[in-house]
Design a protein around this ligand. Structure first.
Ligand code: ADP
Ligand code: MG
Length: 713
């Protein structure tokens, strides 16, 4: 008797070799197979008689094999199987490539159903490489004559095979209990599991499979929501230290800045400080386009926390950025007697009245509460640095999943002087900052109930960045433009072509080290070329992730101080780097980067009043014409860009969270605000009545499984 838990190798016909391939797709049991959903469907619903076929039309025909034979075309190293198929009135030539066994599978006289396209050549019309099956062999058609599912495949395991197996296990569908309560199904007009499973694999119409998809997307989003709500509930039981608002001192601090704040900056800082004054832990996202001035908002709120005797942790995504923040904040805060520590894999620095103290233990000073503000790379700080009195955590440019990430940070204990001083339930306030505009649906789903502040204006006097797509033939003109701009005193970033990430690398299976090595190779070649051939008259510098920290720091500092003109870099400068005198961002091989990433690169220029330019260089004509790159030219800011990208590709790619493991249906449904809202409401309702899911056992089980595959952090 087949059940959902039956191991896949117990199925008749699943020989060990096949089992191995199924395992490769993550399919170990009958249940796994049933939850292996089609990626798409072939529309073979157009059923025609042979005589009615028109050229170019995709159709399903049926008839009898009148002749069939196979020849090897040696020169082209392929085999060609040619058949004549006839129905009552007409006949048609059919050609298959590289399937010589069809002569045996479809012998003369067999009745077949074929689905494909009618094509024409010098030798007349023929049906090219159609999907085929014999009629009368089984319960109806599987591979032709309807909506035919195309599954994620692997070498040696085709959709045809999967469709075959799916029929074998179909009777198990009705034995799988539905994790969604029936009242919920009714209320949200969702298909019950049994129907949804059978419609996703054996749909009779487009509506049917779309309804099935909707049900599974709903369920996935519901699981994400449940997880987010549960984490949130745990957080809500905690308290944060209320940080009083020191208005007078804040005014002094603002007055000391080299510029006046924008209204948006004031508003955001105010939102944040009002939140941190409460004993409810703040969970806020500060969203502001590149260059909108988020750092100063962070500085302001940090200052207020430090003034009240709390420590602040400031986490940056890269070492370069950590150093930059360290320098900026040090500059702003030291006049007020606030000294900042820097901690990365390579740096341990604390600069105070007593001069630079390099070799002291930043960790122990932080633990003793002697460092009011610690800036560093995320990994390093998260990795067990203890604080005496942590009041605020700021995370810069990390499009991670807010709630879970925070939960992880908060797992870190505070030391305190004694056990009584700090109840373990006291946790810091949390501020996350990003230039990535997060689609509302995604914010709702993944970030849970994050509060959001938006900086929707850039500081006064900035000119919009001119963005141009530059085809290969304009390369030298572009270089000349760069030279002129440098002669005018400006500086230039060149982002180097990155090697193409193939699927496997994209999945994170590839050693990151290899990618880095290739990038370094590319940047070195480019450096040679630009410094020796193109710009021998200019000062060209190079930056990549494999350089020693000290080197990187020197290169960055020299560039910031105007000692070099052109900086060739890998994507290490993607985020946050601030060199206001730089006015050109040239991205070579632009088609290889994601839109959000290019937008970040572009944000490295236009950070002062000079006119700035972003050149998207591409050798590919298709890329130059593509919607994607054009979206960068027309979209004036990240929000517009996000909208466009959402329309082109869906939100997952924009965020680069393809690696997150979020199921594809859920992904696609992030476009569907209504669906997200309703699954969110459902999750709320469930958690309210049954906070530990004790009465939703199947759902709880799925949640556990889901957590194993989806990486929330
Ligand atoms: P981002 O939001 O991308 O992190 P930054 O905080 O790095 O932006 O700020 C970008 C640049 O704008 C910095 O050089 C910063 O000093 C400057 N800046 C920030 N706020 C203002 C302002 N209100 N007026 C003028 N310049 C500002
Ligand atoms: Mg920034």
């Amino acid at each position: 008797m087949l059940t959902a838990e039956t191991p896949i190798e117990k199925l008749p016909k699943v020989i060990p070799a096949l089992a191995k391939r199924l395992h490769h797709l993550g399919i170990k049991t009958v249940r796994d197979l049933l939850f292996h959903f089609p990626a798409r469907y072939d529309d073979f619903t157009n059923v025609k008689s042979i005589g009615d076929l028109t050229i170019g039309e995709i159709a399903t025909i049926s008839g009898r094999i009148k002749k069939i034979s196979s020849t090897r075309a040696w020169r082209r190293r392929m085999s060609i199987t040619e058949a004549i198929v006839e129905d009552d009135l007409d006949s048609i030539r059919v050609i298959w490539f590289n399937q010589p066994y069809l002569v045996k599978t479809l012998p003369v006289g067999s009745r077949v159903s074929l689905a494909g396209k009618l094509t024409t050549s010098k030798r007349g019309e023929y049906f090219a490489n159609p999907a085929y099956e014999k009629i009368g062999m089984s319960d109806g058609l599987r591979h032709t004559g309807g909506w035919v599912p195309i599954y994620p495949e692997t070498t040696g395991l085709t959709s045809r095979w999967i469709r075959f197996l799916m029929r074998e296990v179909a009777p198990v569908i009705k034995k799988i209990p539905d994790p969604l309560p029936s009242a919920l199904l009714k209320k949200s007009t969702l298909l019950p599991l049994e129907r949804a499973l059978s419609k996703i694999h054996f749909p009779e119409s487009k509506d049917e499979y779309e309804e099935a998809r909707k049900r599974f997307a709903f369920e996935d989003i519901l699981l994400i929501q449940l997880r987010v709500l549960m984490s949130k509930k745990q957080l809500e039981e905690k308290k944060a230290p209320p940080i009083p608002l020191g208005l007078e001192e804040i005014k002094k601090f603002i007055a000391s800045l080299p510029f006046s704040l924008t209204d948006g900056q004031r508003r955001a800082a105010w939102d944040i400080m009002r939140d941190t004054a409460k004993s409810v832990p703040m969970n806020r996202l500060l969203e502001g386009d590149v260059g909108s001035g988020k750092t100063v908002v962070a500085a302001l709120t940090s200052f207020n926390a430090i003034r009240s005797g709390y420590q602040v942790a400031y986490l940056a995504p890269t070492e370069i950025l950590a150093i930059q923040h360290f320098n900026t904040l040090r500059h702003w805060l030291s006049p007020f007697g606030v000294y900042v520590g820097l901690l990365t894999a390579a740096h341990k620095k604390f600069i105070s009245d007593y001069g630079e103290r390099d070799r002291v233990s930043i960790r122990s000073m932080t633990e003793a509460g002697e460092i009011p503000m610690l800036i560093g790379t995320q990994a390093v700080i998260q990795d067990g640095v203890k604080f005496k009195n942590l009041g605020l955590v700021i995370v810069d440019e990390q499009h991670r999943f807010g709630v879970a990430q925070r939960a992880k940070l908060l797992r870190q204990k505070q030391t305190g002087n004694s056990q009584e001083d700090y109840s373990p339930s006291l946790i810091p306030h949390f501020l996350s900052m990003t230039a990535t505009p997060i689609p509302r649906t995604l914010a709702l789903t993944i970030y849970g109930d994050l509060d959001v502040s938006i900086l929707n204006q850039v500081p006064q006097g900035r000119k919009p960045i001119v963005t141009k797509i530059v085809p290969e033939e304009k390369r030298s003109a572009c270089y000349q433009f760069i030279r002129d701009e440098v002669h005018r005193g400006r500086q230039v970033f060149v982002i180097c072509p990155r090697i193409e990430l193939n699927e496997e690398m994209g999945n994170g299976k590839w050693e990151m080290g290899n990618v880095l090595r290739e990038e370094v190779k590319a940047v070195k070649t480019e450096y040679e070329k630009l410094s020796k051939q193109i710009f021998p008259d200019l000062k060209v510098a190079m930056l990549h992730g494999k350089m020693k920290s000290k080197e990187k720091e020197n290169v960055m500092r020299d560039f910031k101080e105007g000692k070099s003109d052109v900086l060739i870099s890998t994507s290490v400068i993607e985020v946050g780097v601030d060199v206001p005198n730089a006015t050109i961002m040239l991205i070579d091989g632009a088609e290889k980067f994601g839109l959000a990433q290019i937008h970040q690169f572009r944000g490295r220029v236009g950070r002062a009043s000079h006119q700035s330019y972003c050149f998207l260089m591409t050798g590919s004509r298709a890329a130059a014409e593509s919607q994607r790159l054009k979206a960068l030219v027309t979209a004036k800011n990240g929000f517009e860009l996000a909208e466009k990208d959402l329309a082109i590709r869906g939100p997952g790619d924009f965020l680069g969270t393809r690696q997150s493991g979020i199921p594809p249906f859920a992904y696609k449904s992030f476009n569907d605000l209504e669906l997200v809202q309703s699954s969110r409401d459902a999750a709320r309702e469930i958690i309210e009545k049954d906070p530990k899911l004790e009465r939703h056992v199947a759902l709880q089980k799925n949640l556990v499984k889901f957590e194993e595959t989806v990486h929330f952090e």
